[in-house]
Design a protein around this ligand. Structure first.
Ligand code: ZN
Ligand code: ZN
Length: 278
């Protein structure tokens, strides 16, 4: 599987960027895949192209967790027949609906459809517990008043904080999105392999610095011709892609502008259901 991932990287322009740690990777003692990321939702807030909202299922170091949990989470997981029972935790990048709106649907799934008793852990920026509880109350007023049959633990993170999930270390990386919200990307590390997920962000030098040397960088790309200071446009990242020094760059959170030009884009783009191994 790891071999497939490297072949995939060879298909696009970024593969010509310097590859850190290449000496240890291209040997017969290459460890097997240590992390799998399944793109459950590669769409933007508007469901452009019929794509699902943000959700990246990450299996690493014996833990299974979601990076973001958009409202289409149950459809996306069930389309892949993915067993929701395995999920240990959710890490939210920020409190926009397309990134956290699926949490109450998971609560309902675990109450009625896939009964759960073991704890469910939710990480996110400040305000996570209040916003998730308010959303649950808005969507399922009565259920939200009753105790869930499993404990829900909330952990609100600060930028730079690292949490341990199984053998994986996950660090909240501050990114610049909208002024009224704290927004994180997440850097997942296990067994010397690193995956960076940008969440929603403007393109910044800080983001480029975080991406340097990672094995997989899943970066948002919401627009093409429209330049915003809260999202990344394709030309912005395309101009910098070769210098990033990451082994594989995959664009996601794709809006209608990049999707209209999908056939012309030289950088690799995510699609719903895609697995990324490293
Ligand atoms: Zn978004
Ligand atoms: Zn957002």
């Amino acid at each position: 599987m790891a071999v497939e991932a490297r072949q995939g990287a060879g298909d696009h322009a970024v593969s010509k960027a310097p590859r850190h740690a290449a000496k240890t990777r291209h040997t017969k003692s290459l460890p097997q895949r240590v992390m799998r990321v399944t793109v459950l939702g590669s769409g933007d807030a508007f469901g452009a192209g019929g794509r699902f909202h943000s959700a990246y299922l990450t299996e690493a170091g014996g833990a299974t967790f979601l990076l973001d949990c958009g409202p289409s989470i149950l459809q996306a997981a069930k389309r892949l027949s993915w067993d929701l029972e395995k999920l240990d935790a959710v890490l939210l990048t920020h409190l926009h609906g397309d990134h956290f709106g699926g949490v109450p649907f998971l609560f309902m799934e675990y109450r009625y459809s896939t009964p759960r008793t073991r704890p469910f852990v939710i990480y996110g920026p400040e305000g996570t517990e209040r916003r998730v509880k308010a959303l649950f109350a808005a969507l399922y007023e009565r259920s939200a008043c009753e105790p869930l049959p499993f404990p829900v633990e909330y952990h609100e993170l600060t930028a730079g904080e690292t949490v341990r999930l199984g053998e994986a270390s996950v660090t909240a990386v501050r990114v610049h999105h909208v002024p009224e919200l704290t927004a994180f990307g997440y850097r997942v590390e296990v067994d010397g392999r690193t995956f960076l997920y940008s969440g929603d962000t403007a393109w910044t030098d800080e983001l480029a610095a975080h991406a340097r040397g990672v094995d997989l960088f899943v970066c948002e790309c919401s627009t093409f011709e429209t330049r915003l200071d809260i999202h990344v446009s394709y030309p912005e990242i395309a101009a910098r892609a070769r210098d990033l020094g990451c082994r594989r760059l995959v664009l996601s959170h794709l809006g209608s502008e990049p999707l209209r030009r999908l056939g012309e884009l030289s950088l690799e783009c995510a699609r719903d259901g895609m697995t990324l191994d490293l």
